[in-house]
Design a protein. Structure first.
Length: 247
């Protein structure tokens, strides 16, 4: 038996003993014993990490592993939750899973259904609904929903919502999009808005302005801490590729 196999067995055994000592549900013991490797990872992520619920990275890791084992499991679980109790929380949870699964029309219906009673003008639900509409390329309804959101919640502020509004205006060929992007350059906490504005300028024939923005994205990230560079790598890569095409 290789050293790696021995270590894997010892970890598995230790987790099984922990499961028994702490009187966890027996299903976890079966998961550890009959799903070597994956079962141990699942147990560590969901049972041993005390701050799992408040740790977005841990939640993301858990979802990645779960999806690899059973794609669609979370979606099915949310459907069952809604069947058991049709409330706003379960409706939104299912809608969010539909968005993840690119079931945008279904997500739209669920978000719309959540806008009732005291939540009829909730800005967060309205923003989610606007994203579902945008994903379906329903530009005019997206703008109408965002306009309604601001009208009902004039003090609501969301960088992502503002960027979505600018992108919607761009799709509608509304010239006021320039003003929205100009504001976003100063207020958006990341490089996505700057990259999307540069792409807009590029498509509009404003090549010099676009190139300047692409270079600014690269320079800003280069001067930023490592965590920021990691978070913005997608947009920096787009900027670099856009400039390389012109060399």
């Amino acid at each position: 038996m290789s050293l790696l196999a021995i270590l894997s067995f010892l970890v598995q055994l230790g987790l099984a003993m922990h499961c028994i000592r702490t009187k966890r549900d027996k299903s976890w013991l079966y998961t550890i014993l009959f799903l070597p490797g994956i079962g141990s990872i699942l147990y560590i992520l969901t049972q041993l990490l005390p701050d799992l619920r408040g740790n977005p990275q841990a939640q993301k890791a858990m979802k990645t592993v779960t999806d690899a084992i059973d794609p669609g499991a979370e979606l099915r679980a949310r459907i069952e939750d809604l069947k058991t109790s049709d409330n706003v929380h379960n409706r939104l949870a299912l809608a969010d899973e539909c968005m993840e699964a690119e079931l945008y029309a279904e997500a739209e219906e669920l978000y719309s259904g959540a806008l009732k009673g005291q939540d009829a003008t909730d800005p967060f639900i309205q923003l989610k609904l606007a994203k579902a509409l945008f994903a379906q390329e329903l530009w005019a309804p997206t703008k109408a929903r965002l306009d309604s959101l601001i009208e009902a919640n004039p003090d609501f502020r969301s960088p992502d919502g503002h960027l979505l509004y600018a992108r919607t205006l761009e799709a509608l060929h509304d010239p006021s999009v320039v003003d929205e992007y100009d504001v976003l350059l100063e207020s958006y906490p990341g490089e996505e808005a700057r990259v999307r504005y540069a792409q807009y300028l590029e498509n509009a024939g404003e090549h010099d302005k676009a190139d300047a923005l692409f270079r600014e994205v690269i320079d800003r990230a280069g001067r930023a801490p490592e965590y920021y560079q990691t978070a913005q790598v997608e947009w920096v890569t787009i900027a670099e590729q856009a400039l390389k095409k012109k060399v």
